[in-house]
Design a protein around this ligand. Structure first.
Ligand code: SF4
Ligand code: SF4
Length: 253
């Protein structure tokens, strides 16, 4: 019964995603005491007791996800300082609380992705997770909608060019800084495919495509990246995944 109502956050933690289950679970744990901290998008003053901490994350129609994530991070910091346990034992893992969200399924998926990021301790691993997750979403979005509509290696954006231009916009200037010289195929283009995962390229759509990707509409980026990291994501065209991740790690606070 619990299977569909519980989500894995990582190898250590799970979370209930149905109202009432957390209460039932705690009631069944007769000799285990804990404290439940309610998380809303307003900053609430909390007094932590010397007990394991569980979260009740409550999402409404107009809830600001960024504030929710910030509040959880703030409380987790306090818990770490006080050396309080997070979650209570459930089978081989721990339950960290519940996510109460009456919104559409899609928003729940976004919140779970953000929660997964919250509970990744190592900074570089967290950034890698966010980076790969966003790239995967963008790949799926492009594939599902066939935005570039390649035919015989020519995309919709280059279809009406006087010369035959293949491989879409995977071309860079010989002198990229001054944007001068002839255009050459990007060195990461191998066998007609991108051999790296350049998030900046993935976020780009030319004038032939109406859809534009804005960082503020991508919860993982909006909630976890600072302005410098956002600038890195916006400007690092033709760049290897590992290089961009190194830069993001360097500028994380
Ligand atoms: S973004 Fe535009 S130019 Fe680039 S591959 Fe897609 S259709 Fe072609
Ligand atoms: S890095 Fe960018 S320009 Fe180069 S192959 Fe990949 S998507 Fe194309």
């Amino acid at each position: 019964m619990l299977g569909e109502n519980i989500k894995k956050l990582n190898e250590e933690y799970d979370i209930f995603i149905q109202k009432g289950l957390l209460k039932k679970f705690i009631d069944s744990k007769k000799n285990e005491f804990c404290q439940i901290i309610t998380i809303k998008d307003k900053k609430n003053k909390i007094k932590l007791k010397e007990l394991p901490v569980l979260f009740s994350i409550q999402i409404g129609k107009d809830t600001n996800l960024k504030n929710i994530i910030k509040n959880i991070q703030r409380i987790l910091k306090k818990c770490n300082k006080k050396k309080l346990d997070i979650g209570i034992k459930y089978k081989e893992k721990k339950i960290i609380g519940e996510l109460i969200d009456d919104n559409i399924q899609e928003s729940k998926i976004e919140i779970i992705k953000c929660l997964k990021a919250v509970f990744i301790k190592e900074k570089s691993k967290k950034i890698e997770y966010i980076y790969d997750q966003v790239c995967e979403e963008l790949d799926e979005e492009f594939a599902k909608n066939n935005y570039c509509d390649f035919k015989d290696d020519i995309c919709i954006g280059k279809r009406n060019c006087s010369e035959r231009v293949t491989m879409g916009c995977c071309h860079k200037f010989k002198h990229p800084i001054t944007m001068n010289g002839e255009l050459k195929e990007c060195p990461y283009l191998v066998d007609r495919h991108c051999s790296t995962q350049c998030i900046t390229c993935k976020l780009f759509t030319c004038d032939a495509i109406k859809v534009k990707f804005k960082l503020k509409n991508i919860p993982l980026i909006e909630c976890f990246f600072n302005p410098i990291q956002k600038l890195i994501v916006k400007t690092n065209f033709f760049t290897k995944r590992e290089k961009i991740i190194d830069r993001l790690v360097l500028f994380s606070i």
